[in-house]
Design a protein around this ligand. Sequence first.
Ligand code: GLC
Length: 656
Amino acid sequence: MAVSSEHRRTARQVWAQQRAQWQVAAADALDDRDAARFLARVERWYADAFEPLSLLYGQVVDVGDLVDELLDSVLGAAAARPHALRLLDDTREIDPEWFLDESMVGYVCYADRFAGDLTGIVERIDYLRDLGVTYLHLMPVLAPREGPSDGGYAVADYRAVDPALGTMQDLRRIAATLRDHGISLCVDLVVNHTAREHEWARKAIAGEQAYRDYYLMFPDRTLPDAFEEHLPEVFPDRAPGNFTWVDVLDAWVWTTFHDYQWDLNYANPVVFAEMLAIICDLANVGVEIFRLDAVPFTWKRMGTNCQNQPEAHLLLQALRALVRIAAPAVLFKAEAIVTPDDLVQYLGAHDLQRHECELAYHNQLMVLLWSSAASRDARLATHALRRMRTPPPATTWMTYLRCHDDIGWAITGEDAAAVGVDEFDHRAFLIDFHAGEVPGTYARGERFGFNPVTLDARTSGTAASLAGIEQALERDDDTLLPAAISRMLALYATLYGWGGIPLIYMGDEIGVRNDYSYHDDPAHAGDNRWMHRPRMDWQAAARRRDAATVEGRLFSGFRRLAASRAATPQLQDMGATTTPLHHDNPHTLAWLRRHPRFGGLLGITNFDDVPQSVDADLCADARLGQPRDVLGIWPMTLRDGRIHLPALSTVWLTDG
Ligand code: GLC
């Protein structure tokens, strides 16, 4: 704290000396009104940038000069910001908590797999609006390397769009069109690494020392070996180890992911400056939310797993402050698939309490929903989720059931032990169950990243296939299918009723199953995550109005979820908390949502395939005098002092 307040004082002094100079610069670059606003933002955020930059780079550069240089870039971006986006900035500054609204619903897709290309998205806006979507995450859109690119996460040019999808101009247009329809655009920003074909890497290969310094290179195995002792492997089967020998460089290069993804060296302030400029440029194209890919990995420290280092947070804090000055409408979303205690730090809940990301994926909820469904037992979820810290003010979770990645079975030993479960056995059960290998399983998934030494693995598969829809359709079984549909909807109903922004992963709303054709594509074969990255099945989607079809039942369920959520102010996130409740039925998850203004909501999900009941006293605990289900998908009855739920169902009870 002492260090921080000292840096803050210094920051204030430096700014006081520089204010006059920046007043002139702002007046040159912007009109009166925008100059005044720009200066007000610098005034507000200067120390928030200066402090972390001092801690990061104070030893290698003069921080006053560095901030000056970064502000110059930020002012350039502010001056280049299109008029429509300045208006958006105004709106967002007036209502900075817009994204905490109960009407928010997100959708995640690959532009090509959903709509052919970027311009194709325009024709699908009505479809998205029908689902209540207000936020669209287009999976990697920036120019990747040719050949294998880890699904676009090996970026060769941050300032160009993947030619297969369109152009930067198309991205600009689609962002504007989405905005006109009340949908905010989110794109991936791969901050931890570039493709080895990126211009910086090519210049490093050409022998330019300045660019070698953009990456982490080692002449021999001494340091890599020492680091490796504490580093996990992300892709143990396909890309073992964290370093790659590159002949032309005569060096080992740090490659956490694949050998063609070179980790950036954030100890070099020039790399920070480059990334800041890239973010500002893309913000000016109309990106409203940046999904910061693999952020936990950005800072390396010997003797650690090189994730979640304090400096990784300082980097985000400095970026946050500076981007706020240039483009205040922009939000940051952390892709940090880490332990719950580490995760909440990305929302700024650390000792320093400086702003960081506004959004982060709620990985725990996702894992525990699948775990509860498979074991028909929610006790582990209740225990583990009770331990999660509430996101700090003005931040929230992104809740999700599936995404383009595999599911890592992040169950801690402590949580498992607390409910009498063996951590390793349970993880093995989840892996086998979702690979369709446990008697009675309904899931059709596959192991991902199997580690023959630890026997650990993650899981691939679409939500519909993992929830039993694929199996039920294959067996042509009239009882299995309604159960699988109900399971899928109950899982989604839990996350829609949890708080945070729920995300629909493309195709889940119509039950798109695993796509096994990836085996035929040399760029994808060998990475079974492509199994759950199917093309949108528009023929199936055409059946979405027909209540007799799988698509019809799911789609109308998703519409109901969005409508019920938008009509339930308890799900607004300003000051609200979500707490799972211990109760008397292991098959059900009960959670209490408390909103300071709008009161309580008691959510209950029955993971069992037979009806279950819970003690109605839970309603009293939630202060619901007259409990009423505001979700309205499954019938709920109150009798004999118990709340009765059908098999595989969810209710959201409020005081009615
Ligand atoms: C993120 C992406 C994942 C990718 C990795 C490396 O975790 O979600 O798909 O493999 O980053 O960029």
